[in-house]
Design a protein around this ligand. Structure first.
Ligand SMILES: Nc1ncnc2c1ncn2[C@@H]1O[C@H](COP(=O)(O)OP(=O)(O)OP(=O)(O)O)[C@@H](O)[C@H]1O
Length: 308
């Protein structure tokens, strides 16, 4: 295991913000920590990085507890914080150089490492511009360049796409994929389930300081009940056809809106639905079955939306 978290608790005064989190992260994984604002994702990350004093539990990186002086372990970690961690008055080049030296890269290796990092995030051509002149997306990418200049084994990214344009967002997601293909283990927090679905092979869903579900995306989706929302668009809609459909016992929550009928049904009853439609000469123009995703998993587990 690269990271082992056992029964982690973090309290601020009487408020418990991380409440018994246990997580194991294997080498080469991209673990997504998904949860709404205030779920406790950043605090969990701060605990992994040794940035907060934990109230109870145990956190190990490469088998060791991260202590303030543990330079050898820290050199193997890259951290992209939620807030920008660079000097706005300095150029991108000077900012990344600062981080390279902080991570003890020496001599001519510095120039090479800085070029590689800035190239990687697509900022080499703008390297001489002051960071404060960058767009939100470019600032996020600079934050990443600063975090990867020393080629860490683990990259921890805390909501790295907040406030970015779609192009920078794709650039950031591609960067995670490429780094992971090169062997970097990644922890990625977000409240955007689309991002987590796009890049993560393991997901832990957090709410109110707890992990409420954990596994691969397929495993999490299988936690869902088999019931699906369905929309039928019917060409020869009549009162009689609607009454017929209402009489089918395998459907529930049936409602009608002009030619559209909405209902819930078990996915396994799809062939039965088809048979009944054909038998009753009900002509279907479109059939739409809602696909479950991490958002619906979250909704089912907590009764609320991710972006409430
Ligand atoms: N230093 C602190 N003192 C008191 N409460 C804190 C402190 N830091 C965080 N909290 C509280 O802990 C809870 C969890 O916050 P945390 O930042 O870990 O959540 P998060 O899931 O990362 O959310 P976000 O996406 O908003 O960052 C929140 O209610 C927050 O207000």
């Amino acid at each position: 295991m690269v990271i082992e978290i056992q029964d982690l608790v973090k309290k601020y005064g009487k408020k418990t913000v991380v409440d018994g989190v246990s997580l194991n992260i294997k080498e080469g994984e991209v673990l997504g920590l998904l949860g709404p604002n205030g779920a406790g994702k950043s605090t969990t990350i701060s605990a992994i990085l040794g940035l907060v004093k934990i109230s109870a539990g145990d956190v190990k990186i490469f088998g060791q507890t991260l202590k303030p002086g543990a330079v050898d372990i820290k050199k193997r970690i890259g951290y992209v914080p939620q807030d920008f961690a660079f000097f706005p008055e300095l150029s991108a080049y000077d900012n990344v150089t600062y981080w390279a030296k902080l991570y003890q890269i020496k001599g001519k290796d510095v120039k090479e490492a800085v070029k590689e990092a800035l190239d990687f995030v697509g900022l080499w051509d703008r390297r001489k511009d002051k960071a404060k002149t960058y767009s939100g997306g470019m600032k996020r990418r600079l934050n990443i360049a600063c975090a990867i200049v020393h080629k860490p084994d683990i990259l921890i990214m805390d909501e790295p796409t907040v406030g970015v344009d779609p192009q920078s967002r794709n650039n950031i997601l591609d960067a995670v994929r490429i780094l992971n293909q090169k062997g970097t283990t990644v922890i990625y927090t977000s409240h955007y389930m689309e991002e987590i679905q796009a890049i993560c092979n393991q997901v832990a869903i957090m709410d109110n300081g707890r992990i409420i579900a954990q596994g691969t995306i397929d495993e999490l989706i299988h936690l869902m009940s088999e019931e699906r929302k369905v929309r039928l668009d019917i060409s020869n809609m009549t009162e009689e056809a609607y009454k017929k459909i209402q009489s089918w016992k395998f459907l529930s929550d049936i409602s009608k809106e002009e030619n559209e009928i909405h209902f819930k049904m078990n996915e396994q009853d799809m062939s039965k639905l088809m048979e009944e439609l054909v038998k009753n000469k009900i002509e279907v123009i479109a059939l739409d079955v809602e696909k479950p995703n991490l958002e619906t998993v979250f909704l089912q587990l907590t009764g609320k939306k991710l972006r409430d």
